[in-house]
Design a protein around this ligand. Structure first.
Ligand code: GTP
Length: 360
């Protein structure tokens, strides 16, 4: 496990920021070691206390950024600070070396870091501006007759390589992001209905229940099962059955809030997670779904109803787990089926359930 995970336990390997945060910490550690070591060498071996002041300033800056990020600072801001610090260090070095000994080559480490931490647009701007400045700096050096590696040909080579780098890294970062988003979408979506799949809804339930306990806020889940779905399949065919599942998915999306998570639990079963929702509110949502399905046919002339079992974690009971919550919802769903279907059952006796309809 990466050592920085102790500062950010919620950023798992499936989080899009995982590798960015990892890179931020790596760059900061390299800066701390490099500036600390070179600063000490400059004082002890080279007797250059004036240069050591720059090294120790760099060390303190890197330590301050490290402190900021590890105490929960904004990663976007941290990404900018790390990139701009790197730009400053690179330009300072190139200036001190006056372009000798291919020192300009160091600027080529900027694009992979800038594009990765800032994204394709800001990455293009930052690297484009720094490269343009370096080209101008090289051009100025030509007239000064500084010895070593400097000619008009070198300037052209620099400009060409810099331009190619900006375009190639921009292309690379864009395609990496698109591929990542595509992968994320397919790994979390149910291919038939387009709502979340079981894996995603299961993972989300774990983390939402943990935050519910941390914030002492209730979380409710609604387990839905389509009534007599086998009959629909038998009567209208499997393709129509699939369309019914898609339409029920849309009804659930329309009936719930934006922060609620709607997913397919398997076959003709669905699960809705409602964060910050107590049993009463969950029953209202469930009743809305049942009423909507009773009001008008789902598809042309096909009617479909659902039975719903609700479970609520208060957020104050440490004993609540994903398993106990699912067991309760399942038990209530079973009861809703036994009560004649097309109805809602929750664990709380004081909830007024308005949706008991006759079964088809
Ligand atoms: N069209 C279609 N049918 C599915 C899909 N997944 C499961 N089914 C069908 O859903 C039906 C579920 O039947 P049962 O478990 O007997 O339940 P039911 O007929 O809905 O009856 P109750 O749940 O007791 O109200 C089975 O016939 C499955 O073949 C799917 O993705 N598409």
């Amino acid at each position: 496990m990466k050592y920085w995970r102790k500062y950010h336990p919620t950023i798992g390997t499936d989080d899009p920021r995982y590798h960015q945060v990892s890179l931020i910490y790596s760059v900061l550690l390299i800066m701390l070691i490099y500036f600390g070591l070179i600063g000490l060498l400059n004082i002890t071996l080279f007797d250059a206390a004036d240069i050591a002041i720059y090294d120790f300033s760099g060390f303190v800056l890197a330590a301050a950024i490290y402190f900021y990020v590890s105490r929960g600072g904004n990663f976007k801001v941290a990404g900018w600070i790390v990139t701009l610090t790197l730009v400053f260090v690179l330009l300072a070095f190139i200036h001190l070396a006056e372009g000798r000994n291919y020192s300009l080559l160091w600027v080529t480490i900027l694009p992979p870091i800038a594009f990765f931490l800032l994204g394709p647009t800001a990455g293009t701007w930052v690297t484009g501006l720094v490269f343009a400045y370096c080209g101008w700096f090289l051009y100025k050096l030509l007239g000064l007759g500084v010895p070593g590696n400097l000619s008009l040909g070198a300037l052209f080579n620099f400009v060409e390589v810099a331009t190619a780098q900006v375009f190639l890294f921009r292309y690379y970062e864009r395609s990496r992001r698109e591929a990542y988003e595509q992968l994320q979408k397919t790994s979390t979506t149910d291919p038939l209905t387009g709502i979340f799949n079981r894996l995603h809804i299961d993972n989300s339930l774990k983390s939402l229940l943990a935050s519910s306990k941390r914030d002492l806020k209730p979380t409710s889940i609604l387990l839905l099962d389509v009534d007599h779905f086998k009959r629909i399949n038998d009567e209208y065919g499997h393709i129509a059955g699939d369309k019914v599942l898609v339409a029920i998915g849309s009804v659930m999306k329309e009936t719930t809030r934006e922060g609620d998570l709607v997913g397919r639990w398997g076959g003709e079963e669905f699960l809705i997670i409602c964060p910050d929702t107590d049993g009463d509110k969950a029953a209202n949502i469930a009743n809305r779904i049942v009423e909507r399905l009773n009001k008008q046919p789902l598809l042309d002339d096909i009617n479909a109803t659902v039975s719903i079992g609700i479970a609520t974690a208060s957020g104050r009971d440490k004993k609540d787990t994903v398993e106990t919550l699912l067991q309760t919802a399942d038990k209530n769903l079973y009861k809703a089926k036994a009560d004649g279907r097309n109805t809602v059952v929750a664990s709380y006796d004081d909830i007024a359930l308005t949706s008991a309809h006759s079964t088809t």
